[in-house]
Design a protein around this ligand. Structure first.
Ligand SMILES: [Fe+2]
Ligand SMILES: [Fe+2]
Length: 311
């Protein structure tokens, strides 16, 4: 792999250097058996910043159930794939998402053990992914397949955002400077890197099974506002359930992750779905596989996982 070059990347009043890598043609996707010890994780793992901590903690509320749903939907779709390369990618995707779900579940259990009970919110997320979006008893094979493709289009839309967030967390040097808990930061970046690594799989699967432009757009127009609403509700829930004191997020808090750490501006996140609406869009146009692979090669948790299997 070529040595990274660097270009200046303006972010508000600061300039962060964003590395530019030579992109590989293809990466074999595989799960990494990572382990994290949360024993010394402080409740506010972004120091002195409950708001930013809980905005990111929403990931732990949504992902265990959400990613298990991805795994069920993609396992259902596997027998329909007529392209061995894509089937291989889908199997790698399933392995990675299953691991992500379990790791975020571990954080939820840590929060519960330390006085923040996530269950009232997680129960709603569970209902959404298991009941509302689960498999349905439908009378014909054609209807069953339609429902499956609809859900694959939904996963592809969600995966657009996980790739955007993954790219953001890989390019967040402000977090290192802020002394964010290093285990949590490595976990988020490991997950973010795998999201960037497999960012095209759900989209390619949808293109392979159906590829209809209107369905793709329709799903995004449902998913984008739903995710924004879940994030707002999840943040409010966590702030109110915080065992160190009940808080209410304020409108002015919204810009803090951007101002203080250079994370994506809320407006950038809210409008990040727009490129997805272009007919010629492909996930490979955003984010860097090489950067993701480079992070995974140096990540303490990913390296330890590789050593465990003798890689
Ligand atoms: Fe994931
Ligand atoms: Fe993903």
């Amino acid at each position: 792999m070529a040595a990274p070059m660097v270009n200046g990347h303006a972010f508000g009043s600061r300039v962060f250097e964003r590395p530019v890598f030579a992109e590989p043609d293809r990466v074999a996707l595989r799960p990494r058996d990572v382990r994290y010890d949360w024993a010394s994780l402080p409740m506010h793992w972004v120091p002195d910043d409950p708001f930013t901590t809980h905005v990111l903690n929403v990931l732990h509320l949504l992902l265990p159930e959400g990613e298990r749903w991805f795994v069920r939907v993609f396992s259902e779709a596997l027998p329909l794939i007529r392209d061995e390369r894509l089937a291989e990618d889908v199997r790698g995707f399933i392995g990675q998402e299953a691991m992500h779900a379990e790791v975020h579940q571990g954080v939820l259990e840590h929060l519960r053990a330390h006085g923040l009970d996530p269950e009232p919110f997680v129960a709603q997320v569970r209902w959404l992914f298991r009941q509302a979006l689960g498999s349905r008893e439908l009378p014909t094979e054609r209807l069953r397949q339609e429902w499956l493709i609809e859900r694959v289009a939904g996963v592809a839309a969600i995966e657009h955002f996980t790739a955007v967030l993954g790219d953001m967390i890989l390019n967040s040097p402000g977090f290192d400077a802020a002394d964010v808990d290093p285990v949590m930061l490595d976990m988020l970046r490991w997950h973010g890197a795998e999201e960037v690594e497999h960012r095209a799989v759900a989209f390619d699967l949808y293109q392979h099974l159906d590829g209809g432009y209107l369905r793709r757009v329709r799903q995004m127009l449902v998913v984008a506002p739903a995710m924004a609403a879940l994030w707002v509700q999840g943040t409010r829930f966590l702030m109110a359930a915080d065992p160190t004191g009940k808080r209410r997020p304020k409108l002015r808090d919204l810009g803090r992750p951007y101002r203080r750490y250079g994370l994506a501006h809320p407006f950038t996140l809210l409008t990040s779905f727009v490129p997805y609406l272009r007919p010629g869009y492909h996930p490979s146009q955003h984010g860097s596989t090489a950067q993701a692979v480079a992070y995974l090669a140096g990540s303490p948790s990913a390296r330890a996982a590789d050593e465990r299997v003798g890689r």
